[in-house]
Design a binder for this molecule. Structure first.
Ligand SMILES: Cc1ncc(COP(=O)(O)O)c(C=O)c1O
Length: 401
């Protein structure tokens, strides 16, 4: 058995890392701890490195098409992890989930149509809708006693054209559903998915279910793929999945989009044809190695992330009680309610960057409902997390109240 040491701090600078090498251009300064974009400061599983090296040693990097063994690794993974039976022909590989979301929305809508988001929402969802010429309809999540819930009454209401005279078109074609939810960390339960899905499908719209974080779950949680609920759900959805978050492969641009309905799948494929490039061959190699041989590493990463989460929850409750952490069920992205610090959104951003010197995602980029919040990526060695929290505490203590 390989024992990974995730406490080890690795230097990622000068590796063309978006997270570490772009601090100056993104935050305007270099001296920040980067805890923003969603990749992990942990080296990937050894079987993935070995598979990539082996493939790289065969010096032909021509046009690529994934063979049956790659597809089979996805089918088996879905079966083993979620008891979800998928057919190989349902899978469409794309070089990322965000490009797939753009394609999905374009394939389901015409300009002027509407697409539902549930804000606070992963910020690239906004241009997914608007760049397709569609309008965003916000079915905002409700924060009730420190936990986010879906607002089903509002969702039903959104489908009643008369209730929205400004839009009033009744042309909602899809919802972009996120499970586990980035940024609020909810892993939606089966009953919640059913309630949302029934409203959407009964109103003739399609569920685009972004499940990219589906294997980063804290203890006691089990993910339910949207399409696994029933045949009706299966036939009315596009499920986006990828090993990229789970196995830290974001730079390899590979994702598996699962579209059981042939008509939806054919339209998706024709919409992306000639525009979205194929995944690169190293992406396929890494996906297969991760899905077949990555579990030993993943179990250790999930344990480590649970330790980081426990540490953060205890530290903040004890030392920084003005910040309220929204306890996540999945993802390594922590949504923190900083409204009791009494700063407006720009002051909060400046405080985190200039006083605490950490690079977080501002809550307001996830929609106005995120104003007063920040999102922190805790997939890092614990000493880095400790230092970041210590910096926030010190900066608060030094600030005039
Ligand atoms: C919900 C969600 N979807 C998609 C992505 C990005 O997907 P990709 O890098 O495959 O385009 C992220 C990255 O953080 C995410 O959180």
């Amino acid at each position: 058995m390989v024992r990974y040491d995730f406490d080890q701090v690795c230097d990622r600078r000068n590796t063309d890392s978006l997270k570490w090498d772009m601090l100056q251009s993104i935050f305007g300064r270099e001296d920040l701890i980067p805890m923003w974009v969603a990749d992990m400061d942990f080296p990937v599983a050894q079987p993935i490195v070995d598979a990539l090296k082996k493939r790289a040693e065969h010096p032909f990097y021509g046009y690529t098409k994934p063979g049956p063994s790659v597809t089979d690794s996805v089918v088996k993974r879905m079966r083993r992890k979620f008891k979800w039976e998928i057919k190989p022909e349902w899978i469409v590989f794309t070089p990322g989930v965000v490009p797939a979301l753009h394609v999905a929305v374009r394939s389901l809508t015409h300009p002027g149509d509407e697409v539902i988001l549930q804000e606070p929402a992963y910020h690239p969802f906004f241009p997914v809708v608007t760049n397709s010429g569609c309008q965003i309809v916000n079915n905002g999540l409700k924060l009730i006693n420190g936990r986010y819930e879906m607002d089903y009454d509002d969702l039903e209401h959104k489908f009643l054209p008369k209730t929205r005279p400004l839009h009033g078109s009744g042309r909602i074609k899809a919802i972009i559903f996120c499970n586990p939810h980035n940024p609020v960390g909810r892993l939606w339960k089966r009953e919640e998915i059913i309630r949302m899905g029934e409203i959407v499908i009964n109103n003739g719209a399609v569920v685009i279910s972004d499940e990219i974080h589906c294997e980063i779950l804290f203890k006691g949680h089990q993910h339910t793929p949207f399409a696994s609920i029933s045949e009706e759900f299966e036939q009315n959805c596009i499920v986006c999945t990828s090993p990229s978050k789970t196995f830290n492969l974001s730079g390899l641009d590979v994702s598996a989009i699962i579209i059981p309905n042939k008509k939806l799948r054919d339209t998706f494929i024709s919409t992306q044809s000639g525009i979205v490039p194929a995944t690169n061959l190293f992406g396929y190699t890494a996906l297969e190695a991760a899905y077949r041989f990555g579990d030993e590493w993943l179990e250790q990463v999930l344990d480590y992330l649970q330790g980081n989460l426990n540490f953060l929850l205890e530290y903040i409750a004890r030392e920084i009680p003005d910040i309220k952490v929204i306890k996540p069920e999945g993802t390594y992205l922590i949504w923190m309610d900083c409204r009791e610090l009494g700063m407006d959104k720009i002051a909060l951003r400046n405080f985190m960057q200039e006083k605490a010197k950490i690079g977080l995602e501002d809550g307001f980029i996830f929609g106005e409902a995120g104003s007063g919040f920040v999102r922190m990526n805790i997939a890092c060695p614990r000493p880095i997390l400790e230092e970041a929290l210590r910096r926030i505490k010190a900066a608060i203590n030094e600030s005039p109240r």
